[in-house]
Design a protein around this ligand. Structure first.
Ligand code: DMJ
Length: 602
């Protein structure tokens, strides 16, 4: 047997002779350095995504990012696929529990009173919880629930009880469109059940007298039996500009020009608003002149979905409605430069509202749960709009310095930084509370700084570290930076909607984990013997039931959670657009015939 060492052993032998104490010391020192950097930096949190670098590389277009699967990332930090499937199943069960509570104790009325097991007709008494649940039922594959709903829908007649004969009673146009019409249309898109389209068409026609205003913007409400329209001549932004998706899609399904005219009438009116120094659509409108009044700018209550529908109409109509895009671009420029603040101690990025935007905007420093749809919307825009979407932007109402500042960045990067920071603050509001539930409204101390000014400092300092508003610190007693103004959690969806959209657009599993913690808090603190209830105070355990289960909990909150945990891409963002009540509508590619018939410009 030969004693000659094999080549491998020889080279090891030679190598060991060449390794000196100096080599060992260098290796030991480098390992220590790497370990320290890893431990005290955020390297180990980094994941592939749009925020990997803050340079100018744009993200891929129109390709929804596939969720990062456990096989291509650190398995220590991401649970296996089966865990997410179980979590999706938990949400499906929660939905069934809530919906069966409604069916058994409240149908055919509007909503369930989940503590007393009774009902309330707080909208029109047209079974709003059933219509609002339809698209969730279909996405979750609940065939029996869908069949029962169809039987009830056959009997729908959309009339209102008139307590005194001849005295009009108005159905609220906005709520009826987003919940009833949106629910029926989305269910039709998934099921093609003819009754759903017929009922949707009838309803939209009964509501149409609201458009008989001088400006063409819809009035607050209509008596569906007589066509009488509510007399108030002032209206809020969300109510005048949140039906364009539903009427455009209905026009596509029925071929009826009068339905498309409703969408066109709103877009024409808002395109003619003199934005001036206000810089974006304000909260209050005059229905006679079509102009906005007062200079109160907000993305929260009474304004929210008007801004949402600017981007979404552009996406729904296959990138054809340029008026919509132009207004969306102006709005976001104004919001990013004027309404975003960074809190002083923790660096939380929040969006507030401001008065006197036509002069010098005065921020309130209020941060509403309702505003938490915004990070998701901004992320959706950055993910789906083409690279040149902001090229023709003519910012309005901005100072020259702010205008110059936003032009220093690739806009998609800038938007994703804002979206991530805002979404972090929204979910942090939940994580700060002992219940793990998010408050309805907080107020920040007024010594926060405008985000765009902090971005400028960060840029001038060579973009060292994370951008302002990203990775805010945890709460410390006495340094929370905000107080609770409205302590209730009303089972609202906005934060979870954004968590879902941040997950979809970045592929970062941290959003799923944070959403899962919120769902567990909902299970623990809001479940009742009959369903789920809004709660009085998120900072106390127990938080105290309010005996309300709003229909949007079924339409939105549980749907976004289900989609967040489902591994399957059930609603691809390049093919479906969620209305403001989370009812998905399919993207429309207008045919030449439709363009001519509806007078849609090419
Ligand atoms: C929903 O009805 C809709 O999302 C609406 O646009 C505003 N918010 C409520 C739920 O909070």
């Amino acid at each position: 047997m030969s004693t000659t060492p094999s080549p491998t052993i020889m080279s090891l032998h030679n190598l060991s002779r060449r390794i000196t104490f100096r080599h060992i010391a260098i290796v030991a020192f480098s390992s220590l350095l790497l370990f320290t950097l890893y431990t005290f930096s955020d390297w180990h949190h980094a994941r592939p995504g749009i925020l990997d670098d803050y340079g100018d590389r744009p993200p891929p277009q129109h390709a929804p990012r596939p969720p990062t699967s456990p096989t291509d990332q650190d398995t220590k930090t991401s649970p296996p696929k089966t865990v997410w499937a179980e979590r999706a199943q938990n949400v499906r069960e929660a939905f069934l529990y809530a919906y069966r509570g409604y069916e058994n104790y409240a149908a055919p009325h509007d909503e369930l009173l989940p503590v007393t097991g009774s009902h309330i007709d707080n909208f029109n008494g047209w079974a709003v919880s059933m219509h609002d649940s339809l698209s969730t039922i279909l996405l979750m594959g609940l065939h029996d629930e869908f069949s029962r709903a169809l039987v009830a829908i056959e009997k729908t007649n959309f009339t209102l009880p008139h307590p005194v004969k001849g005295v009009p009673v108005y159905t609220p146009f906005f709520e009826t469109v987003i919940r009833h019409l949106g629910g029926l249309l989305s269910a039709y898109a998934y099921s093609h059940e003819p009754i759903l389209l017929k009922v949707a068409d009838d309803l939209a026609t009964k509501l149409a007298p609201v458009f008989n205003t001088t400006s063409g913007l819809p009035a607050y409400g209509v008596d569906p039996d007589t066509g009488a329209v509510s007399p108030r001549r002032e209206a809020v932004a969300a109510e005048v500009g949140s039906c364009q998706l539903e009427y455009a899609y209905l026009a596509r399904l029925t071929g009826k020009k009068e339905h498309y005219d409703r969408t066109a009438s709103i877009m024409k009116a808002i395109a003619e608003v003199n934005l001036g120094r206000v810089g974006m659509l304000a909260q209050d409108f005059d229905l006679n002149t079509g102009q906005h009044i007062k200079g109160h700018i907000s993305v929260g209550a009474a304004s929210d979905s008007l801004h949402e529908y600017l981007l979404k109409l552009y996406l729904l109509t296959g990138h054809t409605d340029k008026v919509s895009l132009d207004l969306y671009v102006k709005t976001i420029n104004r919001v990013l430069t004027t309404l975003l603040y960074v809190s002083p101690n923790r660096g939380l990025l929040y969006v507030t509202d401001a008065f006197r935007a036509d002069l010098t905007p005065i921020p309130t420093h209020k941060f509403e749960h309702l505003s938490c749809f915004l990070p998701g919307l901004i992320a959706l825009g950055a993910h789906t709009l083409p690279d040149n979407a902001f090229d023709d932007a003519r910012p309005m109402g901005l100072t020259l310095q702010d205008e110059n500042e936003i032009q220093q960045y690739n806009w998609k990067k800038l938007h994703m930084i804002a979206a991530q920071g805002l979404a972090e603050a929204c979910i942090q509001m939940y994580e700060d509370q002992p219940t793990g539930l998010g408050p309805e409204e907080v107020e920040f101390s007024d010594d926060g700084q405008l985000w765009i000014r902090q971005m400028r400092k960060w840029r001038l300092n060579g973009k060292q570290g994370k951008p302002p508003g990203i990775g805010a610190k945890k709460s410390e007693v006495g340094r929370e930076d905000y107080i609770l103004r409205k302590q209730a959690y009303l089972l609202r969806p906005e934060t979870l909607e954004s968590v879902f959209l941040l997950w979809k657009t970045t592929g970062d599993e941290i959003w799923r984990e944070r959403g899962w913690a919120a769902f567990q808090a909902i299970q623990k603190h809001t479940q009742t013997p009959y369903g789920y209830s809004s709660v009085r105070n998120v900072s106390y355990i127990p938080p105290g039931f309010l005996n309300e289960m709003p229909s949007y909990f079924l339409a939105e909150t549980l749907k976004y959670l289900y989609l967040l945990f489902s591994d399957e891409d059930l609603v691809p963002l390049d093919r479906w657009v969620f209305n403001t009540e989370a009812h998905p509508l399919p993207v429309i590619e207008w045919t030449p015939w439709e363009r001519r018939k509806f007078h849609i410009p090419s």
